[in-house]
Design a protein around this ligand. Structure first.
Ligand code: NAP
Ligand code: MG
Length: 402
């Protein structure tokens, strides 16, 4: 069989621990036998980030900007324990944070749906994709603990020195204060990423804030989304047969619980933080969650939503058998390959991505899965496979699908 040829390289960002082990297995077993894989390789493994003073992370982000599509393995975000474990020169920043800031992107998280792993919410038949605004609000706040009586004001000093003041509260006793902000530019980028991704995946887009209470702050989010939509996306949405839908956050939460799924839910930073954990756990398993970073100018970086699965890695290092789920990492690759295929007009590459995804889903639906899924499946008589055997089974299934 002739291997599928690629035109433009994918930006390949390798990572850490158990997911680095899976990464290699996936490439060797599921990709290299079928594709003449072209990648520009960046090793974001912590040891190499440390050697390069984290320059490799920025280089990989710039490569993503240059080529447009990247696929990333999970990486360690250093903490005190990792400083010792890896003898780090510095506590390097989270690579995901660095890449997201460089691309000004929004993260979209979506569950992979398979029969036998049923969502807690019975009526969810299709995935709900959650988009979280990744800048500002309470995550960049200023806080004061008020010790006693006094007056709190919001003061803005314009570049020309003019002051605008707004009374927050006159305290009769102790209390707390918080100042938060966002920028038009960031909200606009968020809106564009969401509208682009909705068009790209042909799904409706929901957006919700608390604009009835927050008549300036949240209302600005609502207005910017509407303005960007009306000016740049309205016609494209109509052509694609999808809708943009704005509602109050309370209403959105209530509707989501009753919905069938199959849409994108865009959330402000805090709502997205909280709701993404709820939605992903209700869909069954973190190991079945994909994540894609989309920039407002259409750059895509695909990855799994879970981390490096450290506990399994230590077992692996000790020579013990592991049963780590590679599904989300496989879907990161298929997402990136399909996007590359679309951009370069390589239909075989898109078809291969579909086939590998089908084979992965079918393997699980046939009752062959890793331990994490075996523990929650509604299927009877399942076979629990180790990390490597599961990937080999997917290959066998794929051979029957061609
Ligand atoms: P984690 O790697 O997501 O794993 C947490 C637990 O979830 C695992 O111990 C395992 O449970 C289960 N799990 C997650 N993915 C699984 C999979 N594919 N197959 C089977 N089970 C899976 O989170 P963590 O242990 O808190 O973090 C480890 C490292 O990952 C940290 O250094 C963190 O900085 C990094 N991290 C990176 C990213 C990223 O790059 N996007 C995201 C999150 C965390 P059991 O042990 O019970 O089997
Ligand atoms: Mg959270």
């Amino acid at each position: 069989m002739e291997k599928i040829q690629m035109k433009t390289p994918l930006v390949e960002m390798d990572g850490d621990e158990m997911t680095r082990i899976l990464w290699k297995m996936i490439k060797e077993e599921l990709l290299l036998p079928y594709i003449d894989l072209k990648t520009e390789y960046y090793d974001l493994g912590l040891a190499h980030r440390n050697e390069t003073d984290d320059k490799v992370t920025m280089d990989s982000a710039l490569a993503a900007k240059k080529y447009g599509v990247a696929v990333k393995c999970a990486t360690i975000t250093p903490n005190a324990a990792r400083m010792e474990e890896y003898h780090l020169k510095e506590m390097w920043k989270s690579p995901n944070g660095t890449i997201r800031a460089a691309l000004d992107g929004t993260v979209f998280r979506a569950p992979i749906i398979v029969k036998g792993i049923e969502p807690c919410v019975r009526n969810w038949e299709q995935p709900i994709t959650l988009a979280r605004h990744a800048y500002g609000d309470v995550y960049k706040n200023a806080e004061i603990k008020v010790e006693g009586p006094g007056k709190a004001e919001l003061v803005f000093t314009a570049a020309d020195g003019t002051e605008t003041r707004e009374l927050i509260h006159t305290f009769a006793g102790p209390g707390v204060l918080q100042g938060i902000h966002n920028t038009e530019q960031s909200v606009r980028s968020f809106a564009r990423s969401c509208f682009n991704y909705a068009l790209d995946t042909k799904q409706d887009l929901w957006f919700a804030t608390k604009d009835t209470i927050s008549k300036k702050y949240d209302h600005t989010f609502k207005d910017i989304f509407q303005e960007v939509f009306d000016r740049e996306y309205k016609e494209a949405f109509a052509r694609a047969g999808i809708v943009y839908f704005y509602t109050l956050i309370d209403d959105a939460v209530a509707r989501v619980m009753k919905a069938k799924g199959g849409f994108i839910w865009a959330c402000k930073n805090y709502d997205g933080d909280v709701m993404s954990d709820m939605v992903s756990s209700a869909f069954g398993s973190l190991a079945m969650m994909t994540s894609v970073l989309v920039s407002p100018d259409g750059i895509y970086e695909y990855e799994a939503a879970h981390g490096t699965v450290q506990r399994h890695y230590y077992k692996y290092l000790a020579g013990e058998e592991t049963s780590t789920n590679s599904v989300a990492t496989i879907f990161a690759w298929t997402g990136a390959l399909r996007k590359r295929g679309e951009l370069d007009g390589i239909l075989e590459l898109c078809a291969f991505a579909d086939r590998l995804e089908n084979a992965t889903v079918r393997t699980i639906e046939d009752g062959r899965m890793t331990k994490d899924l075996a523990l929650i499946t509604t299927l009877k008589d399942v076979t629990v496979l180790n990390s490597e055997a599961f990937i080999r089974e997917i290959r066998k299934t794929m051979e029957t699908l061609s």
